[in-house]
Design a protein around this ligand. Structure first.
Ligand SMILES: Cc1ncc(COP(=O)(O)O)c(C=O)c1O
Length: 372
């Protein structure tokens, strides 16, 4: 027996448990399929102007964390550009959206403070809050009533955390009403805009921009790995918040900074954002929503965004439908419980400005064929 066999067996047992439950995750390569799955909503990951746009040679690595040797003029210039674009005093770049949420939420509150969060927020928000010392209470998805109940009972400094567009359901938070409650109960509002950037608001500035709430929201999280087609994220807020995170956000402090050329790509993506074909994206969303009206055998999550959910209410059915679509050349994703609540297992379809009406009609036809 090898030295580590006990540990290997232990892992195998846990993996097998998942397998038996039909929940094993595995990596796939889906290059040749029609993309109805990725977060590349406006096709920027393939944009020719975003391929290594640097004219002069640059270091390939940052050589250290931002606080040691990894800071650069270009990093700070990029943060200024992002802050200006989003009409906020300051921005701080993190290596990923996951790290931005974990860094911000872990360091923000103190022991007697309270987080109140929508039950559907992303895992990175949950993990960040878990690392903090604050109490945590979730409210029912998009329920102002439940949010108010939780606000009434909260103590210390209160932070309310929501997404503007929810990553699994694609629906929007009632941000204006949430902000009203936050004002009434003196709570700070934090909005993750990962799936709204590039799509909603003027020039893709996000839903907070669309609703004119820049001055109301305490902090926003924008990510570059989705509509911007790149990698990384930023927390938007006051100069004070930026300085606080530089001092206390551990996922910012204790990690090697992004390579310098990333900042050029981020700047280029921001320059291109106003030209993205949002009109076509929204017209395809309308085409899709119209086409699925004919499907009787499943329910649909009402979503204004490129993220559309076909609820099948069963892990097995969702997996089988995704498999069927794959055979027909479509890349979609089955989202299973416990990632989503039991009974809401679904097929998640992401629409993109580069999809075609023909592809959408064929996709919907195939879904219908399978469900019949
Ligand atoms: C709402 C939300 N926030 C944050 C993240 C994490 O972003 P990143 O992929 O840049 O780590 C995701 C990614 O799926 C997300 O959906």
């Amino acid at each position: 027996m090898s030295e580590n066999s006990y540990f290997e067996q232990d892992l195998t047992a846990r993996i097998n448990k998942r397998k038996e439950a039909g929940l094993l995750r595995s990596l796939m390569v889906n290059n040749h399929l029609v993309d109805f799955c990725s977060n590349d909503y406006i096709g920027f990951s393939q944009h020719p102007d975003l391929y290594i746009p640097s004219e002069k040679p640059m270091a390939s690595g940052a050589t250290g964390s931002r606080l040691i040797s990894g800071n650069s003029i270009i990093a700070e210039e990029t943060e200024d550009l992002i802050a200006k674009y989003h009409d906020t005093p300051a921005a701080l770049i993190f290596n990923t959206g996951y790290m931005a949420n974990v860094g911000l939420l872990a360091c923000l509150p103190e022991k007697d403070d309270t987080y109140i969060y929508d039950e559907l927020v992303h895992a990175s928000i949950i993990d960040g809050m878990r690392l903090s010392l604050a109490k945590r209470y979730k409210f029912k998805h998009n329920s102002l009533l439940d949010l108010e109940q939780k606000l009434r009972a909260a103590s210390g400094s209160i932070y309310v955390v929501v997404e503007s567009i929810y990553s699994m359901d694609g629906d929007a938070a009632p941000l204006l009403n949430i902000a009203k409650l936050c004002k009434q109960y003196k709570a700070a509002l934090i909005v993750d805009e990962a799936h709204a950037i590039g799509i909603f608001g003027k020039d893709g500035k996000g839903l907070v921009n669309e609703l004119g709430m820049e001055k109301v929201v305490f902090a926003r999280i924008v990510t570059f790995g989705k509509a911007l087609g790149l990698h990384g994220a930023a927390v938007l807020g006051s100069a004070n918040l930026r300085e606080y995170m530089i001092n206390f956000a551990r996922s910012f402090i204790y990690t090697t900074a992004l390579p310098p050329h990333y900042y050029i790509q981020i700047q280029e993506a921001y320059k291109l954002l106003p030209q993205a074909n949002r009109k076509k994206l929204f017209s395809l969303i309308a085409v899709f929503k119209d086409a699925i009206k004919n499907i009787q055998q499943a329910s649909f999550i009402d979503s204004p965004s490129p993220i559309q959910g076909i609820v099948l209410g069963d892990n097995n059915k969702a997996v089988k439908l995704a498999k069927h679509l794959k055979q027909e050349g479509f890349f979609t994703k089955a989202i299973l419980s416990p990632t989503v609540a039991k009974g809401t297992e679904r097929l998640r379809i992401c629409l993109h400005s580069f999809n075609t009406e023909k592809e959408i009609y064929k996709l919907v036809d195939e879904i219908q064929v399978f469900l019949k």
